[in-house]
Design a protein around this ligand. Structure first.
Ligand code: NYM
Ligand code: MG
Length: 232
């Protein structure tokens, strides 16, 4: 005869979810990621999904504060050093990501290692190639679906606030965009490109149509029973 604890343990989590889905939203600066992440989370939450959100850089931790002051042009660092801090900032959260997915929460993540690779490689530092930039992120939890919000630099410049932080310069943004597109076209790139130049509602709708099936498959156990790891 099973104990009372055994009898009821199946009730947590209440629905028979294998794990939550890991969704990443990427894009150039001013593509509207933050707004779209909020909208996506509210819609999923309203449908009854367990949702957590996270963004990188996470500027709260000690490492995150160092990154924040670099981005605000308060401190300067060698390109490799800041690259490794961005990666370390993700590693700080790796265990949380795995545990949260295992508990049955779907995670919507604003930027991840794709940002890490393309922004550093876009600096055109001959000693910091895209290949070099990948290495410290190898082994991190791999997203189930990645959305890339695509916007041309001239469109981004017309949106408010452009130019306040490091990297918000046309030439660099142009290279960032090219590198994102290069990653997309690489074998197994697996990013879904969405034109972020359309209206916010249209972009929201397209993200929804791309993301929902993956969330349902992962939560329902028909895709990716185990969280993958980034293999480079
Ligand atoms: N960024 C972000 C990087 O250069 N490397 C990274 O690994 C990540 C996660 O930080 N311009 C850059 C991209 C952005 C800046 O992000 C801050 P946001 O989403 O604009 O707050
Ligand atoms: Mg920004």
């Amino acid at each position: 005869m099973a104990s009372t604890a055994d009898q009821f343990s199946w009730q947590e989590p209440r629905n028979s979810m294998v794990r939550g889905a890991f969704v990443v939203v990427e894009g150039v600066d001013r593509a509207g990621k933050t707004t779209q992440v909020q909208r996506l989370c509210s819609k999923l939450y309203a449908l009854g999904h367990n949702i957590k959100t996270i963004r990188f850089p996470d500027r709260v931790s000690t490492i995150g504060q160092m990154i924040g002051s670099y981005l605000q042009n308060e401190t300067n660092m060698d390109d490799h050093v800041v690259h490794l801090l961005f990666s370390a900032n993700r590693w700080e959260k790796a265990k949380w990501i795995e545990e949260t997915l295992a508990k049955g929460y779907t995670i919507i993540c604003d930027r991840y290692y794709y940002s890490g690779m393309v922004y550093s490689a876009a600096k055109n530092n001959p000693a910091l190639s895209l290949e070099w930039a990948k290495q410290p992120d190898i082994g991190l939890p791999k997203p189930d679906v990645v959305i890339f919000l695509d916007l041309e630099p001239w469109q981004a410049e017309q949106r408010g606030g452009y130019g306040e932080e490091k990297y918000e310069k046309r030439e660099l943004q142009q290279r960032v965009r090219e590198l994102y597109l290069q990653l997309l076209n690489a074998p197994g790139g697996g990013m879904k490109v969405i034109n972020a130049g359309d209206s916010m509602d249209a972009v929201e709708e397209r993200i929804w149509n791309e993301v929902l099936p993956w969330v349902e498959m992962v939560e329902g156990g028909t895709y990716g029973a185990k969280v993958g790891k980034f293999e480079g």
